[in-house]
Design a protein around this ligand. Structure first.
Ligand SMILES: *Cc1c(COP(=O)(O)O)cnc(C)c1O
Length: 465
């Protein structure tokens, strides 16, 4: 077997990748023809590829490297734990120190009486847990007909059968027989794209009231829960109008249904507080966590539930669990990550210092002729590319055509932003410095100029009718 190392020529690594590796959310033929970019190293907020090019990673990997890259403490926590107890399960009436410590720490950090965590290795698994958990909860309470989970179009909750069913991504539902039964999707609070002439405040109320209508249509006796991200991440960083969440909370309080806040992106400092639920005044019964929990250094996720939900679930044997639920090494790394986020005041600094600075720079991008809006909360923001600012028009070309050009222009300018359709999104490491924020805004402006020039050249600055 060949030794495959960082020192191999990029073309050879790409050829092997094309020959043997199937990529997620990628057209294989396309990536294989041009060769995937090989990332070899990272430090702080900067990535390096196999040709020595550096990029400012304004996506924190996939929304997860909150602490930034290259923290030795996390590597050491993993090594210590691997030597002491690399693995044991939590099924057989057993437990271990890292899982106890992490569950207790999460209970301290999360708001309200969210005091009990069921662990998984990812956000997808945690949301699969949630589906079974809420249905088991109602069955246990003598209401087995309460099964339907209401979710939202263009929401993202993961890629497994259950979590992708909760998600409202049409491209995902089109493959593999989704969604599973008893999931109902309502429209999203995406004012820019769908609000028309309605004011954002009025539109936020209208979209929240769709939940009440759905509960009444399906019947309160048949509804188990509502799940939503405080801010839709993968949907394009859709920040709901200020009226949306209070109305959702009112409806959840009025009817007997559980509220699940999917905090996989919003959790652990992303919105400027520890949880998006705090930023938006949400009182969930269940929170999904993953990503920033370990800053992506190890795969770990979980469902954090209230005292009441735990007291009901604990009455039965919940026939559910993953080999790696509460994996000791992942727990040890997550604990160390939470310690640093707290002790170095990183979450606090985002809230009071770096996020306000980023906001001012980011909102400046809205002055660019190609940009329809540039909303941001904490360390997650988006820009809408548009051929016509005043009318918030979409492009006549297929959705994503301008977005891909924009994404490539960012790469060419040493900046990693993602595109979601024709929106560009950022979610940088929470440790990003003010200097790096200046660089981010400069490079983003240059990338917008380049994108604008190319769209004009190719005759793509046309509005959809
Ligand atoms: C990424 C994400 C998930 C899925 O997490 P994985 O670890 O990729 O399975 C779930 N919910 C939200 C909001 C996410 O952004």
């Amino acid at each position: 077997m060949t030794m495959i190392t960082n020192h191999m020529p990029t073309a050879e690594l790409q050829a092997l990748d094309a020959a043997h590796h199937l990529h997620p959310f990628t057209t294989g033929d396309e990536i294989n023809a041009k060769g995937a970019r090989v990332i070899t190293r990272a430090n702080g907020s900067t990535l390096t590829d196999s040709d020595g090019n550096e990029f400012l990673d304004a996506m924190a990997g996939l929304w997860c490297v909150n602490l930034g890259y290259g923290r030795n403490e996390l590597a050491e926590a993993a090594a210590r734990q691997m030597k002491e107890l690399p693995y044991y399960n939590t099924f057989f009436q057993t437990t271990h120190v890292p899982v106890i410590a992490l569950a207790a720490r999460i209970a301290e950090l999360t708001p309200g009486d969210l005091n009990h965590t069921f662990f998984a290795s990812s956000g997808s698994e945690a949301n699969d847990t949630n589906i079974r958990l809420v249905r088991t909860y109602w069955a246990q309470k003598g209401k087995p007909s309460k099964k339907t989970i209401i979710a939202r179009k263009n929401g993202y909750h993961g890629s497994s059968m259950g979590s992708a069913s909760l998600g409202g991504m049409s491209a995902m539902h089109a493959q593999g027989g989704l969604p599973i039964a008893d999931i109902h999707h309502i429209d999203q609070p995406h004012w820019y794209a769908e609000g028309g002439d309605t004011s954002p405040e009025e539109f936020g109320l209208q979209r929240a009231q769709l939940l009440e209508k759905a509960i009444n249509d399906i019947g309160e006796d048949n509804v188990a829960a509502f799940i939503a991200e405080p801010v839709q991440g993968a949907g394009g960083v859709v920040i709901p109008p200020a009226t949306y969440w209070p109305e959702i909370q009112r409806i959840c309080d009025k009817y007997e249904i559980l509220l699940i806040a999917d905090e996989v992106i919003c959790g652990f400092g992303r919105t400027g507080k520890w949880f998006g639920s705090e930023t938006f005044g949400i009182r969930p019964d269940i929170m999904t966590i993953a990503k920033g929990l370990s800053s992506g250094y190890m795969p770990i996720g979980g469902s954090v539930v209230s005292d009441e939900v735990a007291s009901v679930i604990n009455q039965c044997e919940f026939s559910h669990g993953y080999t790696y639920s509460g994996h000791p090494v992942a727990c040890a790394v997550a604990l160390e990550n939470l310690r640093i986020l707290d002790e170095e005041g990183i979450v606090a600094r985002v809230g009071t210092e770096t996020a306000p600075y980023l906001k001012q720079k980011w909102e400046g991008l809205a002055d660019h002729p190609l940009v329809g809006e540039a909303p941001i909360v904490g360390m997650m923001g988006s820009i809408a590319l548009t051929p016509h600012k005043e009318s918030r028009a979409m492009f006549a070309a297929d959705a994503g055509t301008a977005g891909v050009i924009g994404r490539d222009a960012c790469f060419a300018n040493g900046l990693i932003m993602r595109h979601v359709g024709d929106r560009m999104v950022i979610s940088p490491p929470l440790v990003i410095t003010k200097d790096e924020i200046d660089t981010l805004a400069d490079r983003a402006w240059k990338a917008l100029d380049a994108t604008h020039a190319r769209l004009k050249e190719e005759g793509l600055m046309k509005a959809a009718s």
